[in-house]
Design a protein around this ligand. Structure first.
Ligand code: AMP
Length: 285
């Protein structure tokens, strides 16, 4: 595996790979890699000749009150893990390399960005879309791998790639979970021991909701209420949102069908955690 730190060097490398007709899989991350990230790398490796993994803690997607300054980092460990999982080129640009000057351009994907995460974090998706657009422009024609854990983000990126005619196939990969069902996240390190054990109530609550639906419940509001009641029993959990939506449009749905996605966001201590599932299939734990 080779580490690359400048866009120019990455572009030159990609140009050479293209001449040799190598297919490219791109895995954008903010680092502090865990098995969720590595599952994307492994899938990219299976489906492509070359895998480019990127690590960049993107300041554009953090609001001033969020955890940019404390976001966990461990580049040595990440380098080893990325390499073991099959990365060929690890792109780790500095902030100055990505943004030599003030950024004046922003990509905004309207409608599907505004609810849920977008309501709580109004500048978040423009920040994500702008940096991902930059990576898509640097790498060009490729398949790009994103986790279903960030379901709304996946829909935003898919839509951006279509709307802006990127020659990038955006692929969603399943959520990787810890042994107790909690979705892996770089932010799980913020949890104290007690908070970490309460966090297992997030996937447990999704399972309960799925059981209701499996047993015939089709009213989104009834499921939502049951989820909220369940969360109320966990003193450490503060609910940000619980919503049943059309998985593609992110519009609130009034009937549960195969497209329905249940999405939740909660705060536990200083960690803001998200999870989601297909309402009919459940969280696959
Ligand atoms: P992040 O470093 O948090 O920006 O995540 C980078 C990529 O990894 C995004 O596409 C995430 O959706 C994906 N990802 C993060 N956690 C998981 C997980 N537990 N399972 C699957 N994908 C994940």
């Amino acid at each position: 595996m080779k580490t690359i730190t400048t866009s120019k060097q990455l572009q030159q490398t990609i140009d050479e790979l293209r001449i040799r007709r190598r297919s490219i899989g791109l895995v954008p991350t903010m680092g502090f890699l865990h098995d969720g990230h590595l599952s994307l790398v492994r899938t990219a490796k299976l489906e492509n000749d070359i895998v480019v993994t990127t690590i960049f803690v993107n300041p554009l997607q953090f609001s001033e009150s969020e955890d940019l300054a404390t976001y966990p980092q461990d580049i040595e460990r990440d380098t080893q893990l990325a390499s073991e999982a099959g990365t060929d080129f690890l792109f780790t640009p500095t902030h100055e390399e990505m943004f030599s000057e003030n950024v004046l351009t922003s990509i905004s994907v309207t409608e599907i960005s505004s609810a849920l995460e977008g309501a709580s974090r109004p500048t978040h998706f423009a920040g994500v879309a702008t940096i991902v657009a930059k990576l898509f422009n640097i790498v060009g024609n490729c398949s790009a791998y994103f986790g279903e854990k960030d379901w709304q983000q996946l829909q935003v990126i898919k839509r951006m790639a279509i709307d802006l005619s990127y020659r990038v196939e955006v692929k969603g990969c399943p959520i990787v979970r810890d042994s107790d069902g909690l979705a892996l996240s770089s932010r799980n390190v913020y949890l104290t021991k007690n908070q970490r054990s309460e966090a297992a109530n997030i996937p447990k609550t999704l399972i309960k909701a799925h059981e209701m639906i499996r047993d015939g419940e089709r009213g989104p509001n009834n499921v939502k209420q049951a989820v909220l009641t369940h969360f109320e029993r966990s003193p450490e959990i503060e609910v940000d949102y619980v919503e049943l939506v059309n998985g593609e449009t992110l519009q609130v749905t009034d009937q549960i069908d195969e497209r329905t996605r249940l999405l939740v966001a909660v705060k536990i201590g200083t960690a803001r955690l998200i999870d989601n599932m297909n309402a009919l299939k459940g969280p696959s734990i």
